[in-house]
Design a protein around this ligand. Structure first.
Ligand SMILES: NC(=O)c1ccc[n+]([C@@H]2O[C@H](COP(=O)([O-])OP(=O)(O)OC[C@H]3O[C@@H](n4cnc5c(N)ncnc54)[C@H](OP(=O)(O)O)[C@@H]3O)[C@@H](O)[C@H]2O)c1
Length: 299
């Protein structure tokens, strides 16, 4: 294996938010592979990518991520979130390459009154959550050298995410309705990417034995409606779109998929094993919102 500064990381996914953040964070040592060259539904394309690029470690940032759509398309979600990761894990194991696989807070039902620890019993509420949980099991079964990293509420100026959705809605609406009883730890994608690379580097060190499941989330917590108000306040300060936020209870706001009311992830195990923490989410917002405001205004 090469030294920590030159470790080659193969990232599954090219256009996604986390995939792009990884490309920026690890410029020079990251190879992003996505469609049409690689497809999680095509096991042969996974084997070929690993053979061709011969990475030190693989990070799977690809998947079926449309939480509501998964209710109507559970088989498509299973193909991308279970069968693909299983085939990827088999391919990695054959070459003795560790696999970092991204998962989600949606494996939990959100009923606990404290942030979720990796060892808390999963109980997904949605087809998406069930597919991601089955994906975790498939990866763990197929590859001894696996690190499953559950993330949640990821935002940035990249790709689609809650911050972009709010600002886009505010371009055409005076009021947006947002749930006020879902609590999470917003996570800035660039900080997440740096942390994932630090974890990947540690996992590549000789003798590493901390395989298993970890949580990565920004510091601090907030409910969705207050988060939206924070977005609009910052946007207003930068001359961008802003709307007033009408908070509603999840029970009164119908969506195809149920989401956990408590999406907070406890970082203790990650800190203990990898020495990784993430900054307060407000720091990422100060970066993401002005960039998105400029982009939305065509700047
Ligand atoms: N964003 C969040 O708040 C959040 C929360 C919890 C968990 N996660 C997890 O974090 C991971 C990354 O999420 P994200 O937010 O970056 O997702 P995203 O922005 O929706 O991007 C999805 C990624 O999946 C890839 N993909 C889709 N279909 C594919 C296929 N058939 N074959 C190969 N790749 C395919 C896309 O790759 P190409 O288009 O480049 O082919 C893209 O890079 C996922 O595992 C997700 O479950 C995200």
């Amino acid at each position: 294996m090469s030294n920590s500064h030159s470790r080659k990381v193969l990232v599954i996914g090219r256009t996604g938010q986390v995939a792009q953040a990884l490309a920026h964070a690890g410029a020079g040592r990251i190879v992003n592979v996505g469609r049409p060259d690689l497809d999680l539904r095509d096991a042969v394309s996974l084997f070929r990518a690993i053979e061709r690029h011969a990475p030190d470690i693989v990070i799977n940032a690809g998947g079926f991520t449309k939480v509501d759509q998964a209710e109507a398309e559970p088989d498509a979600a299973l193909a991308l979130n279970v069968d693909g990761p299983r085939a990827l894990a088999v391919a990695c194991a054959r070459q003795d390459i560790p696999l970092v696989h991204l998962s989600t807070d949606c494996v939990f039902d959100g009923m606990l009154a404290r942030p979720y620890r990796p060892e808390d019993p999963p109980a997904p509420l949605s087809a998406y959550g069930r597919s991601k949980l089955a994906g975790e099991w498939a990866v763990a079964d197929a590859a001894a050298q696996h690190i499953i990293v559950r993330v949640s509420w990821v935002f940035s100026h990249l790709a689609g995410n809650f911050v972009r959705t709010m600002l886009t809605l505010a371009q055409s609406r005076e009021t947006v309705t947002v749930v006020s009883d879902q609590i999470g730890c917003p996570t800035h994608a660039p900080a997440l990417a740096n942390a994932l690379l630090a974890i990947a580097d540690t996992a590549c060190t000789i003798g590493f034995s901390g395989w298993g499941t970890y949580h990565l989330a920004g510091s601090g917590e907030i409910d969705r409606a207050s988060f939206a108000r924070h977005i609009f306040e910052l946007s207003r300060q930068h001359g961008g779109p802003a709307a007033s936020v009408k908070g509603v209870l999840t029970a009164d706001f119908s969506t195809p998929a149920r989401r956990p009311l408590n999406a907070r992830l406890d970082m203790t195990r990650t800190m203990d094993m990898f020495g990784v923490t993430l900054p307060e989410w407000q720091a990422g917002m100060a970066d993401a919102v002005p960039t998105l405001v400029r982009e939305l205004e065509g700047g």
